[in-house]
Write a protein that binds this ligand. Structure first.
Ligand code: AMP
Ligand code: MN
Ligand code: MN
Ligand code: MN
Length: 278
């Protein structure tokens, strides 16, 4: 079976990517990617500019309108990619707007906590450096730029990660509600990068069950840094729950070669794939 080169998970500077939508689609085309999902965190705003750039530059690239929603599951916060959604679906647009407000509220709370630890200037930095959606990546970047830490990894380790000093929970949309919204907008609901959540394998198997019961459609089974033994295990779970396969680089930064656009192990062609359901 001929499988074209695709990438079903990527970010622009409307969330925590560093490239503009125009730069992103140009880069995808240069790398011979033929289908690209832009899946910004809680944002669809980059899709319009991306489509414009594809038309203007006459790129041989199909844009798949997508989003990555932060959601609340029984096992903690996880990410659901809504693939091939209608970005004009009103209920989805309203839910996204709510998520964006939650993000700014959380960012202010995090910045206030940092101030109380004498780590100053973060909120002002965010206000002048976020194009739209604010994420912990922006906060980590601000901590580096303001010289509070030496790099992003240290920012997560010391302050923003699971064991960091500044934890603020947000009331994200419920996973089952997010899946319903994605379906209402005509899209496929995909559990993103399952092995990247800070949870045990046991909890992850329960999470995948919860996702399936909530009528989730697919799961990512190939992405950068996924170890072969973990990938084999994900394929088993995919089969057990009769989910479709998806894959993507989760591209954010051009300087990370290992997570460049289209850069992930090809999915086993025997496995049912979202590509055939678009
Ligand atoms: P948020 O959705 O605001 O909680 O931010 C999560 C984003 O932060 C993820 O999508 C990643 O891009 C980034 N991120 C999370 N953990 C780390 C980490 N340990 N190092 C670098 N980036 C991270
Ligand atoms: Mn991100
Ligand atoms: Mn994610
Ligand atoms: Mn992502």
């Amino acid at each position: 079976m001929l499988i074209i080169k695709y990438d079903f998970h990527s970010h622009t500077d409307y969330s925590d990517g560093v490239l503009t939508p125009t730069e992103l689609v140009n880069r995808a085309a240069e790398r011979q990617v033929k289908m690209l999902a832009i899946s910004d965190h809680d944002s669809i705003s980059g899709l319009y500019e991306a489509e414009q750039a594809i038309q203007t530059n006459q790129l041989e690239l199909k844009l798949v309108n997508s989003i990555e929603l932060s959601v609340k599951s029984d096992f903690g916060e996880v990410h659901i990619v809504g693939l091939n959604i209608n970005p004009e679906e009103v209920t989805l647009v309203e839910a996204i707007s709510r998520q964006q407000t939650l993000r700014w509220t959380r960012a202010k709370q995090i910045a206030d906590k940092l101030e109380s630890l004498n780590v100053t200037g973060v909120f002002e930095y965010l206000q002048s450096n976020c194009r739209q959606v604010v994420t912990r990546s922006h906060i980590a970047r601000s901590l580096v730029e303001l010289k509070h830490v030496k790099d992003m990894q240290q920012a997560f380790k010391k302050y923003l990660g699971k064991k960091g000093r500044v934890k603020v929970a947000a009331e994200w949309i419920e996973m089952s509600d997010a899946i319903n919204l994605i379906h209402q907008a005509g899209g496929l609901a995909i559990l993103a990068h399952p092995t990247r959540y800070p949870m045990s394998n046991r909890k992850l198997t329960y999470l995948i069950e919860e996702f399936k019961i909530a009528e989730g459609d697919a799961m990512e089974v190939s992405y950068p840094s996924l170890a072969p033994d973990k990938q084999a295990w994900l394929y088993q779970l995919l089969d057990k729950h009769q989910l479709l396969a998806s894959a993507g680089s989760d591209f954010h930064y051009p300087d990370l070669k290992w997570s460049d656009l289209g850069h992930f192990k090809p999915v086993n062609p025997e496995v049912p794939h979202v590509l055939h359901h678009l």
